[in-house]
Design a protein around this ligand. Structure first.
Ligand SMILES: [Fe+2]
Ligand SMILES: [Fe+2]
Length: 342
């Protein structure tokens, strides 16, 4: 039986690295073993712990919720063929902007490092000390925040710096102005969704589900990035650099896996727990969590993706329209997507 109880220091512990992680002038988190393989930061105990909590949950007769790429029913836009077309048209700034915006959004995740989750033990019947939920404030949120936004006290950049490194490698520093982060679609105000539990606990369940879906969507963008960078028809004058940038994106992807991992286990544990209600009765978490999770998945995988897609379409059409044969280019751009879909 794998261990289920960890100290905060253990959850935050790094592997001993043979070599530090430095790219494009940025000192970054994580490191390499003596064979040159990248090792994600703070995963010495965190990864085995996440697997152990997930297995323990299954042993208790519960499934993990689906947080796979199968949820992303819409393909990426632009498609990889459309991005190639944009690069060919000298519109590298479109990819530069996507990479910059991703870096800025990653940096926002740093808030998790200082956050304290609601005390779930106070409203759950079962002892949760040996679960992922019981470790949210024992290193899991802190490790996640530091992964995203870096650890300034150690002079280490996180994913924000890694995306900027990828961008600078591909295009050169200051190749274009810094991107403006577009407005995202605000989740509609729907009042209390889980009135069975206190507002503070509801807020935390929604936050954890929301972050989980942001992570699932990000993974979709990683696949797009590495496909564009590894395509031999792109960045033809700097293939080595583009291949190396793709490796860096793969390191970010590797770091993200424990985020999807622990959040999936936490959401799954919450639905398995028995909750104490104010009137002294109890209720199974799944009864009020499942509909909310379904709504969150739908929100991120369809509503939000469609909104972002429409914004991007208008922006890209605007750029193409400025070219001498703009209307023709716009037609070509859209036909590439139909070809790929077919
Ligand atoms: Fe990240
Ligand atoms: Fe993440």
């Amino acid at each position: 039986m794998s261990r289920l109880l960890y100290s905060k220091d253990e959850i935050l512990a790094d592997h001993p690295y043979a070599k530090a992680h430095v790219e494009a002038g940025y000192r970054l988190h994580g490191g390499f073993d003596d064979k040159g393989h990248y090792i994600s930061p703070r995963t010495l105990h965190r990864w085995p712990a996440i697997h152990a909590w997930g297995n323990a949950l299954k042993t208790r007769g519960h499934d993990l919720v689906d947080s796979s790429q199968a949820l992303m029913v819409r393909g990426s836009f632009p498609t990889t063929e459309q991005q190639k077309f944009l690069l060919d048209q000298g519109l590298g700034q479109t990819l530069w902007d996507s990479l910059s915006v991703t870096g800025v959004i990653e940096a926002r995740g740093k808030n998790l490092a200082e956050a304290t989750a609601a005390d779930f033990q106070s409203i759950v019947v079962e002892d949760i000390s040996q679960t992922a939920t019981g470790h949210l404030n024992k290193g899991l949120l802190r490790a996640h925040g530091l992964d995203e936004g870096g650890d300034a006290s150690r002079g280490e950049g996180g994913h924000d710096a890694m995306w900027f490194a990828v961008r600078d490698m591909l295009f050169g520093k200051h190749a274009y102005p810094h991107a403006v982060v577009p407005d995202s679609l605000a989740r509609p105000e729907m009042g209390r969704l889980m009135p069975q539990i206190p507002p503070e606990h509801e807020r935390w369940i929604l936050l954890l589900m929301n972050v989980l879906m942001i992570e699932v969507r990000a993974e979709n963008f990683f696949n797009f990035c590495t496909a564009v960078m590894r395509d031999p028809r792109n960045f033809r004058d700097r293939r080595d650099v583009a291949m190396h940038a793709a490796d860096l994106v793969d390191r970010i992807r590797q770091d993200e896996a424990p985020h999807v991992g622990y959040l999936t286990v936490v959401v799954s544990e919450l639905r398995s727990f028995t909750f104490k209600l104010a009137d002294g009765s109890t209720v199974k978490g799944a009864s009020f969590i499942d509909p909310v999770w379904r709504g969150m998945v739908q929100w991120h995988s369809v509503a939000n993706v469609d909104f972002a897609r429409e914004q991007t379409r208008l922006e890209l059409e605007g750029l193409l329209a400025k070219k001498p044969n703009g209307q023709d280019l716009i037609r070509q751009f859209h036909s590439l997507e139909r070809k790929e879909a077919a």
